[in-house]
Design a protein. Structure first.
Length: 163
């Protein structure tokens, strides 16, 4: 499958480190929650924080590595977000089938309601994958814009210094 002139596998390969980190953090959080660690403790193991750190990194890296432009950042963000959503949905589905809540179904992460619902899982599947990719991508575009301007300014300074 080609997206913006690149194969999906190229995006996955480019983002693989952060995909693995997101999966590792999310699964660690889920396992610890299922083992009985309270949400007050598992909340510090944050997939969201990892995603934002990865977004900053890839927003700079897409341009500086020559991988692509703003449009190429979107699939990088989306494939990383899919890993995020897969872990969240897995936690919700486990809670639905077992009846035991976990950190992904806690009211504080389910807009104050019972997170052990198919609606909640579906919201992650539909809204989480779309809005959860588009909003970070917009922030990433802003970061990429600033980083490209800074790198262009540095190139201009270096060229002037050599002259």
């Amino acid at each position: 499958m080609r997206i913006f002139g690149k194969e999906l596998a190229e995006y996955i390969a480019f983002a693989r480190v952060w995909i693995v980190v997101v999966l590792a953090v999310g699964l660690t959080r889920l396992v610890l929650s299922l083992a009985g660690l309270p949400n007050e403790s598992t909340k510090w193991i944050s997939m969201t924080a990892v995603m934002w750190i990865g977004l900053i990194y890839y927003s700079v890296r897409v341009h500086t590595s020559g991988f692509g432009t703003y449009r190429h950042l979107l699939p990088v963000v989306a494939v990383t977000n899919l890993a995020f959503q897969a872990v969240s949905i897995t936690g919700i589905v486990i809670a639905i089938f077992t009846g035991n809540p976990n950190v992904f179904t806690a009211p504080e992460y389910a807009f104050g309601g019972d997170g052990k619902t198919w609606f909640h899982a579906g919201a992650h599947l539909v809204i989480g994958t779309t809005v959860g990719s588009l909003i970070p991508w917009l922030f990433g575009c802003l970061i990429m814009f600033v980083s490209t301007k800074l790198s262009a300014r540095d190139k201009h300074r270096n060229a002037a210094a050599r002259a």
